[in-house]
Design a protein around this ligand. Sequence first.
Ligand SMILES: [Zn+2]
Length: 411
Amino acid sequence: MVPRKITYRMYPTKQQAERLLELLGLHQRVYNTALEERIRMYRDSAQSLGFAAQCKGLTAWRKQCEALAAVNAQSLQVTLKRLDLAYAAFFRRVKAGETAGFPRFKAVERFSGWGYKTHGDGWRLHAGDKMQHGHVRLSGVGMIKLRGKARTPGEVKTAEVQHKGGKWYLSVTVECEPQRAGGTVAMGMDWGLETFATVCSGENDTLSVANPRFLDKPQRQKLKLLQQAVSRKKNKCTNNRRKSVALLSAESRRIADRRKDFLHKTSANLVKQYGLIATEQLSVKNMTANGGEYKKGLNRSILDTAPSTFLNLLKTKAEEAGSLWVEVPTRQVKPSQTCHRCGIQRKKLLSERTHRCSCGASCSRDENAARVMLNWALVGNVTGQELSEVRSRGSLPTLIQETPPIAALAV
Ligand SMILES: [Zn+2]
């Protein structure tokens, strides 16, 4: 079974919205109080306060506080669990020698929401046909109207209420059957201009997908001629002009189709082979926005390969197959500047296509980046020291750096 998330926009009435804000404030208070308790406990007695102890404390607190007693108990435990996870992530970062931000007190504006662990306990979804639109009943709030739809309907498991930019959302986790067969091998993938994709899995396993230039020089020339033919015909009502316009749009469509076909086939093939895909979070906007004149040529090649479309297709297909999708935080990991073998960082110019390191590592720039990402995804560090150990166990570790679905929390 594959977990998927469906996000609905909630449309509460004015009264319901007020009640939702009250609930948000209560969850925020529980979070901050629990954090304060942990800090005080450690300061006063050098002892750490765990999740289980805090759950007990919560039960006592609910007995004294009427407002808290009215809030669904499981959802309050989920809030405590979130703090527990923030602590765990903090200590993991400390251990890994990374910059470790201590869990912070949160203002209500920065408090994102709360969650429910079991369908039917504190919330019930009444979705429409194929899980499109419908209502949700939240305990203490009532029936709230929903808009949104599932790409794949499934068995309803958990939910999160989210408050973003003054709007309310319900993110529902469902479990569904995988819709395509996925591979089992873990890989890291770097995306580039020289090579469309560089995929690394094992020590000597590197796969390169060449960059198809759909807009090469003759192709651009052809488009230009067709465009000129249209603009030469000033009178917009003639048949001749209509013909030229049709020729131009047919040619543009042909290029777009070829590109789409390539992106679909490439992503499908990768998902068929690999069960874990680690790649960079790419922001094409950032890559193309600030280059100015000098980067124009580069920009065109970037847009020509349609990276964001490709990554979206790959991600969707990976989800359909139930594969693991790991987005490596570029700023933190710096895949292209880091050596996959020794972890030393050195700034490379964009023109440097080879990775050579004092430790003896030598491979293409893209291959190095792909390996760094794979290592990070598998063992949480860039050099992958414990990689062989992980591999020998024959299973993929669960070091995925994202909020785990509530179903996975052992409350
Ligand atoms: Zn090195």
